[in-house]
Design a protein around this ligand. Structure first.
Ligand SMILES: NC(=O)c1ccc[n+]([C@@H]2O[C@H](COP(=O)([O-])OP(=O)(O)OC[C@H]3O[C@@H](n4cnc5c(N)ncnc54)[C@H](O)[C@@H]3O)[C@@H](O)[C@H]2O)c1
Length: 338
């Protein structure tokens, strides 16, 4: 069995989840890490003393280590340059954190560089592997609530940072069916930014998928629940509610039994979601096929987010695909339109 040599770019918070993920796989070994801040390297080396080769310059790391796989764990405005550099350095696969990038133009350059170099790219929407969502999807696929009519997501965060997961889950429950059109509104009064990009304070959007399923997205304080990443699936014969973080359950109501039936989920007994998608990245490299977190899906989520912003800007519904290559929220803020 080949052992894949992994390098991690950006050694902050989420790099720990990547270390945990790669560390759970028998055929992967993290050999190097890079960060521009020396104190981050110092902290990392205390936590992960087995990773001997640390760099202040990720390009140098790519050139000297020649890794097989790279984790990109930096803020979204840096994802493009790092994914493109890794692809051009000859890696086989890249696990890039979500959101994929800030604009569709950046996503397209990332996808093009990976395609040109034969590199598999996945975007870290690891929640597709969380048991409460996968078990609920199995019930949906088994017809337990009839035909899917509506997917509603609640997320107290913002579209780029947090609801990128909600939107990816929405797409998961509609089997990645394309969006036909959407209409959205955002409020942006506080001028906040997170992870190096502007974020809205609240957003509300209605998404119509091509298969007729509709989605409702609520972020910020428009989202009525404090819970993070709750999802409700409404079907022709019943309903499924999936708990948010810290709520390891999903429950179903349909004609089979009186009232709600709750299923507790033992997530800790399962392989962690990061390890699952990293394992599948290696399988994808070795065996071909598909990956449920392939870069094209990350781009589809960015397209929905930016279409919500653009819909708010134009005060009209947006038909997809959209041909908007900048970040409409940043543009609106720069032009004092919000
Ligand atoms: N998948 C998830 O559930 C999840 C959860 C949290 C964060 N994230 C995402 O992960 C990404 C990083 O978030 P974080 O919380 O780890 O941020 P962080 O600020 O804790 O870490 C980012 C690190 O990147 C380093 N960095 C900056 N420029 C660099 C460069 N040129 N070369 C190398 N390193 C550089 C910083 O010094 C920092 O240590 C974001 O896109 C965020 O949205 C994903």
């Amino acid at each position: 069995m080949q052992t894949y040599r992994v390098a991690v770019i950006g050694l902050g918070g989420i790099a720990n989840a990547h270390m945990h993920g790669w560390g759970a796989l028998p055929n992967a070994s993290v050999v190097a890490g890079a960060d521009v801040i020396q104190s981050q390297l110092d902290k990392f080396t205390v936590k992960y003393p087995d990773v001997k080769n640390l760099y202040l310059d990720y390009q140098r790391m790519l050139a000297e280590e020649r890794p097989d796989l790279v984790s990109v764990c930096t803020w979204p405005p840096l994802h493009e340059q790092m994914v493109v550099a890794a692809a051009e350095a000859g890696v086989k696969g890249i696990a890039c954190e979500k959101p994929m990038a800030n604009s569709l133009a950046e996503c397209d350059r990332m996808l093009a560089a990976c395609k040109a170099n034969g590199v598999k790219l996945v975007v870290g929407h690891q929640r597709r592997y969380n048991l409460r969502y996968t078990e609920a999807k199995a019930a949906l696929q088994a017809g337990k609530i009839g035909a899917l009519i509506e997917v509603q997501t609640l997320c107290r965060g913002d579209l780029f940072t947090d609801a990128t997961h909600s939107l990816d889950l929405m797409r998961f429950f509609v089997d990645d069916n394309p969006v036909d059109w959407l209409i959205g509104q955002v409020e942006c009064k506080t001028g906040r930014s997170r992870f190096g990009h502007e974020v809205e304070d609240a957003a509300l959007a209605f998404v119509s998928f091509k298969n007729g399923v509709r989605g409702i997205i609520q972020t910020g304080d428009v989202s009525p629940q404090p819970a993070y990443q709750r999802v409700t699936l409404t079907g022709s014969e019943g309903r499924i509610e999936i708990g948010g973080d810290g709520e390891e359950y999903w429950r179903i109501i349909n004609g089979e039994q009186a009232g709600w039936v709750t299923h507790q989920v033992a997530q800790e007994a399962a392989l962690n979601p990061f390890a699952c998608y990293m394992r599948d990245l290696i399988r994808w490299i070795e065996d071909g096929g598909q990956h449920i977190l392939a870069g094209e899906g990350g781009r589809a989520t960015i397209e929905i987010i930016n279409a919500v912003f653009e819909s708010s800007h134009r005060r009209s519904r947006m038909r997809l695909p959209i041909y908007v290559n900048d970040n409409p929220l940043a543009r609106m803020l720069a032009n004092n339109e919000l």
